[in-house]
Design a protein around this ligand. Structure first.
Ligand SMILES: [Zn+2]
Length: 152
């Protein structure tokens, strides 16, 4: 078993979404500012011993489709249906590993407009429910056809 480079020519989804901010807590000393401690939140300032005030902190999350999937599909219904191919941070792409048209034998395959249309139609049908779910939860959403490269 090694790592292979895969080139897939098939329908895929390109989409962007707004990640939810994570709200966390920090403790702050009126003199020394925020006290950061890795193991739990201290109640008193480590420097002067003053009582600390609890403050809310917002962490902005990067666009991450594993996080989106956990959010929209908490029961993991679609977990194995799709493969996420991330290109830097954006735009991120989702492809299906299930449609496939040709086997892996050597050969030349012409990609005609009919083949593309059929693949797109099958893709929309096969992933109808997930497509609807993702459309609801994304800002931009487009089903496209193209060549995707990734490692597995
Ligand atoms: Zn202090």
């Amino acid at each position: 078993m090694g790592i292979s480079k895969i080139i897939a020519i098939e329908p895929y989804i390109e989409m962007t979404y707004t990640p939810k901010d994570i709200i966390g807590t920090s403790m702050e000393c009126s003199i020394h500012g925020a006290i950061l401690k890795s193991d739990g939140l201290p109640k008193f300032c480590l420097i002067c011993g003053a009582k600390l005030k609890e403050i809310e902190i917002k962490k902005i999350q990067p666009m991450n489709y594993y996080a989106l999937l956990r959010e929209v599909d908490p029961n993991g219904i679609y977990e194995d249906s799709f493969l996420w191919v991330c290109k830097d941070e954006k735009p991120l792409i989702v492809i299906s590993g299930e449609i496939g048209g040709t086997d892996t034998d050597r050969g030349i395959y012409e990609i005609t407009p009919e083949i593309i249309a059929t693949a797109l139609r099958k893709f929309r049908e096969h992933h109808k429910d997930l497509i609807a779910l993702l459309r609801e939860n994304t800002n931009t959403f487009a089903i496209k056809f193209g060549a995707l490269t990734y490692y597995n």
